[in-house]
Write a protein that binds this ligand. Structure first.
Ligand code: ADE
Length: 263
């Protein structure tokens, strides 16, 4: 069972997150366990302060080391086989491959920074890995933690409906998913593609692969470039080349026609 422990000064943010959908079901089925530790509980004094001004000056506040150290050490004691990850825009950018690797751990301790960052000595001594969910800056690591937990949970066997739902989805083989249709057969004058109603499974699989390839080509060419192609995929791409050539050859382009569109 995957054990998620989130260290945050806003544990309330996670209550609705644990209580919905796939995450809720995964907890109920003992596929994951999920808890938070409030960093503020480890802060000293009447005001339980968790941040302080940076040495050397500068704007913003820094998370104090003592409360973070206390919270992280408790989490590591509770879940000794876990890896401790800080969510920060300075981390390596999260993707499906990282999600797959993280899904193999016994537990993830997720440290949510706030303010301008955390004291460097915590980062060096108590954090194993740093992950960003993209090149933009959030007000804290909480939403980033939820993104990571969501992406990892759905990869744990038994958390999704279909047996192979996670294997077939976008990105796991660097192809985007083909278009999807459900009932009704005609919606606002638009029909479901005939092939999907044909019952011909070989044709349907060919159509799905072709549609995945088209989508990936149009939306994310970078994914196709970094991926080996199967013989069947190469045949599909060659067919497009021929179709495109046919279109080009069927037009006799006059130079004036070609220019008129550009002026
Ligand atoms: N904290 C603030 N911004 C973040 C980001 N982009 N990813 C992860 N954690 C963050």
């Amino acid at each position: 069972m995957m054990n998620f422990i989130v260290l945050t000064i806003f544990p309330e943010m996670f209550k609705p997150f644990w209580a919905q959908g796939i995450i809720k079901r995964a907890i109920e089925r003992n596929k994951i366990s999920a808890s938070t530790i409030n960093i503020r509980d480890f802060a000293e004094g009447r005001h339980k302060v968790t941040d302080d001004r940076p040495y050397g000056g500068g704007c913003g506040m820094v998370m104090k080391p003592e409360p973070l150290a206390g919270a992280i050490r408790l989490a590591q004691k509770k879940s000794p086989n876990s890896i401790t990850i800080q969510l920060t825009p300075q981390g390596r950018v999260f993707n499906q491959k990282t999600a797959q690797k993280l899904a193999l751990y016994d537990g993830l301790i997720l440290v949510c920074g706030r303010y301008e960052g955390i004291d460097e000595r915590i980062r060096l001594n108590l954090i194993d890995d740093e992950i960003s969910i993209g090149d933009y800056v959030l007000t804290g690591g909480e939403l980033a933690s939820m993104v990571l937990i969501d992406a990892v949970t759905r990869l744990i066997p038994g958390t999704l409906g279909g047996v192979d739902s996670a294997e077939k989805d976008s990105f796991s083989d660097d192809l985007l998913e083909h278009a999807q249709y459900t009932r009704p057969r005609t919606f606002e004058g638009e029909d479901v593609p005939e092939v999907l109603l044909s019952g011909n499974h070989k044709k349907i699989e060919e159509w799905k692969l072709e549609m995945s390839l088209i989508r990936t080509f149009l939306k994310r060419k970078d994914l196709l470039k970094n991926r080996p192609l199967s013989e069947q995929e190469i045949e599909i791409l060659k067919k497009w080349c021929l179709d495109i050539e046919k279109i080009i050859h069927s037009k006799t382009l006059h130079s004036t026609d070609a220019l008129s569109g550009c002026q």
